[in-house]
Design a protein around this ligand. Structure first.
Ligand code: ADP
Length: 490
């Protein structure tokens, strides 16, 4: 091979290798270009994401600010509510909306007006000249017919250059410098109490939904506290009036009671003195009548004897009545002394019943004593309790037809002894039952000839009451009657 051929071969080989190198380089450049393009796309995407993040961050900041404001407003509201809950005085309540609270709520001007009859009284205000407030009070008095506009609806002016479409709006826009304001009614479930006013001066800070929500809550709270204060005041006043009335009435009753006591004392005194006066002539009438009837001064014609015997009987009855009257009057006036001591009730009962044996026999009554076998020691005035038993037993015998039953029962209980006098007689009509212990009262079912004065049970009741006890009666017409009283065991 010639030298030139070698050169050509070398040339070809170097060209070929150069081409390969070039090819490889180009390939590498292409790869790099692709890579750069990819990088550019990624860069763009990153840019967009950064923008999104910044936007989201801004929005989050705004929400955070909004939340902070809400929390602040709610804490102001909470503090006001706490203060309001501590007082029930209207004036005090109205003083609790401090300027610092208003500043926290970004309120620049404020007032509260309370309705009094047909006028409006401004009770609290902030940052509003007095002249404007007095003018508002005057306007209210003159335009009272427009009151419903204020008391029922909210008047909200939340846009710059809003139209003055009612007198209140027109007044505020003209007399109180404010960009945005609202007049919210203060009302409870019962009544319209007044109005509240909140305003902002800056044209860049209108009221948003949160502001409205918070201020409405504040006004509702305020109205509730005012209502509570009024209810408390009303309750307090009516309690005082009631106390006054009760005091007056008590005084009147005490006076009436005193008068009644006086009258009762006078009645007792009168009855006592009349009874005393009657007793002496009665005793002598009775004495003469018995003497004449005994025919010691000579025999009497039969008719005269009969009449004198009747005089004697009636005189007996009258003496009984006078004695009962005297006893009642003495017990009522407290002059009668009671000798309360330990006595044997069984003995008192036996002694009493013995007195009635002839009448029991005459009427063929079945008299039963239901007494325990042992002694029954009681605390009483024996003579007075005998009087009680005599009255009850004589009534039982008097009002029980022939052949009927009369029972005297004594039942020892834990601290007392129960004593009953029961009969199977004519009974007492229900409508008379309550009154039979009244003086001179006699039931309507007894015949006109039945002897008696209507004083016996009255005396019985007084004696039992003087023993710090009481007496009860149960009765059924034509079936019988039962009187029950108690004495303390000794
Ligand atoms: P008096 O027996 O003298 O009328 P009292 O005061 O003893 O007066 O009794 C008042 C009235 O009560 C009697 O008139 C009679 O109507 C009624 N009464 C009292 N005890 C009985 C009785 N055991 N049964 C029926 N009625 C009675």
């Amino acid at each position: 091979m010639s030298y030139s051929n070698y050169i050509i071969l070398a040339f070809i080989i170097s060209t070929l290798s150069l081409s390969i190198v070039l090819y490889l380089k180009l390939k590498r450049i292409k790869k790099l270009q692709d890579y750069i393009r990819n990088l550019e796309v990624t860069n763009q995407e990153l840019d967009e994401q950064t923008k999104l993040i910044i936007k989201t961050d801004l929005e989050l900041k705004k929400i955070q600010e909004e939340l902070d404001r809400k929390v602040k407003s709610l804490s102001v509201l909470h503090n006001i509510a706490l203060l309001l809950s501590k007082t029930l005085d209207e004036e005090e309540i109205l003083k609790k909306i401090y300027p610092s609270f208003l500043e926290d709520l970004e309120i620049d001007k404020f007032f509260i007006g309370i309705y009094e009859e047909k006028s409006l009284r401004i009770k609290a205000s902030y940052n509003i000249p007095h002249t404007a407030l007095s003018q508002l009070e005057l306007l209210f008095e003159n335009k009272h017919q427009e009151y419903s506009l204020l008391s029922e609806k909210e008047i909200i002016c939340n846009a710059l250059n809003a139209p003055a479409d009612n007198i209140w709006k027109a007044f505020i826009l003209k007399n109180i410098k404010a960009s945005y304001f609202m007049l919210l009614p203060l009302k409870s479930a019962r009544q319209a109490l007044g109005i509240s006013f909140f305003a902002r001066e800056s044209p860049f800070r209108s009221f948003d939904e949160t502001d409205l929500e918070i201020l409405r809550l504040l006004v509702t709270h305020l109205a509730q506290s005012l209502e509570n204060a009024r209810l408390f005041e009303e309750a307090y006043r009516s309690r005082q009036e009631l106390d006054l009335k009760v005091g007056e009435r008590t005084q009147q009753l005490e006076k009436a009671l005193e008068e009644l006591k006086n009258i009762s004392r006078m009645k007792s005194d009168f009855v006592s003195s009349v009874s005393h006066e009657l007793r002496t002539p009665l005793t002598s009438i009775k004495g003469y009548a018995s003497l004449l009837a005994s025919e010691k001064f000579g025999k009497l014609p039969l008719e005269a004897k009969e009449r004198i015997q009747r005089i004697d009987k009636h005189a007996d009855h009258l003496v009984d009545m006078v004695n009962n009257l005297l006893d009642i009057a003495r017990i009522e006036s407290g002059r009668e002394e009671f000798m309360i001591k330990k006595e044997n009730l069984k003995e008192i009962i036996h002694n009493t019943t013995e007195l009635f044996l002839p009448q029991v026999k005459e009427k063929n009554l079945n008299l039963v004593l239901e007494l325990p076998p042992q002694e029954i020691p009681v605390l009483c005035d024996a003579l007075k309790i005998q009087r009680v038993l005599i009255n009850l037993l004589s009534n039982a015998i008097k009002f029980t037809p022939k052949g009927g039953n009369v029972v005297i029962r004594a039942v020892p209980l834990e601290k007392e002894v129960k004593i009953e006098v029961q009969d199977s007689g004519i009974g007492i009509p229900p409508k008379d039952l309550k009154k039979i212990f009244d003086e001179f009262y006699r039931a309507e079912n007894i015949s006109a000839e039945t002897k008696g004065s209507g004083l016996g049970l009255s005396l019985v009741k007084k004696i039992i009451e003087a023993h710090n006890s009481s007496i009860e009666v149960e009765s059924q017409t034509n079936k019988g009657t039962k009187f029950t009283f108690y004495l303390n065991r000794a």
